[in-house]
Write a new protein. Structure first.
Ligand code: GMT
Length: 384
């Protein structure tokens, strides 16, 4: 198949999922064309079946913001037409689903039919998409997609409750590539971080408000008071400055390392004992799944799709949003009990195996086939 993938090219979860999906499809012999404004962060090596088409929105003194959507729609028309793509798969509804609809209509006016699949990732529905500034366009473009997938059952239910939809939503969960994410021996690194055998807690995110990184610090403070430990904070974003301030206020800067954006997250996960994810909202929690693949149990909230990934009492523990005392209790319970910690490590790994890319990718392929067959009817529809 010739597949066009539209996504955000950054380190965010939706861009990572889209890029890993494209790489996996290319590996299986499909031709994959990424169409976005810069090279996706995880598109890190050459593959004969992978292509990248950069969208640039030329500036003009009249524009306060260059019209990216118009440039993307034009690029989609050009790439679909020239490369003779079979299907377009857009990740994150805003603005990709509505832009794809426009491109599809332009192509239809030329007699070229291209089905569009939209994958919903989370904030495009739960935070941003529901905002009245975007909601009518989001709802319309989801309804007009030929196929719609959501990364968890929870996100599917949220989408159905927020919008008036006539479209079926298929749940295809996020996935993990075990060739990359696996526990490896990084003892030398562990010694450098925790020279006296301290426990290592880790948090990885984009440091946005929704991640509640302040709760990570509060949980760590309680753990630290009982158990010698270190905290690794991976990622960067708008909340980082205030979190650094908070570490100074509580006098724990020497035990907390801010590592910024890291490419080789798996090497950091390899030395960690616990992963803390106290998000206010999380449609899936890909960062948690990556930790589980590296045998790191999860202390998380029970919001959104997290309970579908982090099984309470098995792969880690879940608590109500903001309940840092409970999260700290669970963390201490595991860290104080090496046998229990090892059992949870094993169970986290076993649960992660259920999300192996090898199992999940065929679901996308089958869905593409299904949409290509069933969307044929649309071909005969008028172009208005
Ligand atoms: O977590 C973020 O804020 C980034 C965001 C994105 O779209 O890049 O992540 C969302 O999509 C990920 C991949 O499907 C999910 O694993 C995250 O749970 C989801 N984030 C939220 O729902 C807050």
């Amino acid at each position: 198949m010739k597949i066009g993938i539209v996504c955000y090219p950054t380190y965010g979860g939706s861009g990572v999922v889209a890029t890993e999906l494209g790489k996996g499809l290319a590996q299986k012999g499909h031709q994959v064309h990424f169409i976005t404004y810069s090279q996706p962060a995880r598109m890190d090596r050459f593959h004969e079946n992978l292509f990248y088409h950069e969208v640039s929105a030329p500036d003009y003194p009249l524009f306060e913001h260059a019209p990216y959507e118009t440039a993307l729609a034009s690029k989609l028309v050009d790439v679909v037409r020239y490369e003779k793509l079979d299907i377009l798969h857009v990740h994150y509804a805003i603005p990709h689903a509505s832009v794809a609809y426009l491109a599809k209509k332009i192509l239809l006016s030329e007699g070229y039919y291209i089905p569009v699949i939209t994958t919903l990732h989370g904030t495009d529905i739960t935070l941003v998409g529901r905002n009245p500034s975007y909601a009518p366009v989001v709802a319309f473009s989801i309804n007009k997609s030929d196929g719609v997938t959501a990364v968890s059952e929870s996100l599917k239910q949220d989408t159905l409750s927020f919008f008036d939809l006539e479209k079926e939503i298929k749940v295809i969960p996020n996935f993990i590539d075990f060739h990359r994410f696996k526990k490896s021996n990084k003892d030398h690194f562990k010694k450098a971080i925790a020279p006296n055998g301290e426990k290592i807690l880790i948090h990885v995110s984009n440091f946005r408000k929704v991640k509640r990184v302040g709760d990570v610090i509060d949980v760590f403070k309680q753990v630290y008071e009982k158990i010698p430990s270190k905290l690794l904070l991976v990622g960067d974003g708008p909340e980082r400055h205030s979190i650094e301030q908070r570490c100074r206020e509580i006098g724990l800067c020497h035990e907390i390392r801010f590592l910024g954006k890291q490419d080789a997250v798996e090497e950091l996960l390899a030395v960690a004992d616990l992963f803390i994810l106290p998000s206010e909202s999380e449609s899936f929690g890909l960062a948690a799944l990556e930790a589980m693949a590296c045998q790191v149990p999860i202390i998380s909230t029970n919001t959104g799709g997290l309970p579908e990934v982090n099984i309470h009492g098995k792969t880690g523990f879940t608590s109500d949003v903001g309940d840092v005392n409970q999260m700290a209790k669970y963390a201490i319970e595991l860290l104080e009990n090496p046998e229990k910690l090892q059992t949870f490590r094993d169970q986290a790994f076993a649960a992660a195996e259920g999300f192996d890319i090898e199992h999940v990718l065929p679901h996308y392929e089958a869905y593409y086939e299904y949409i290509l067959e069933t969307a044929v009817y649309d071909k005969t529809q008028s172009i208005e």
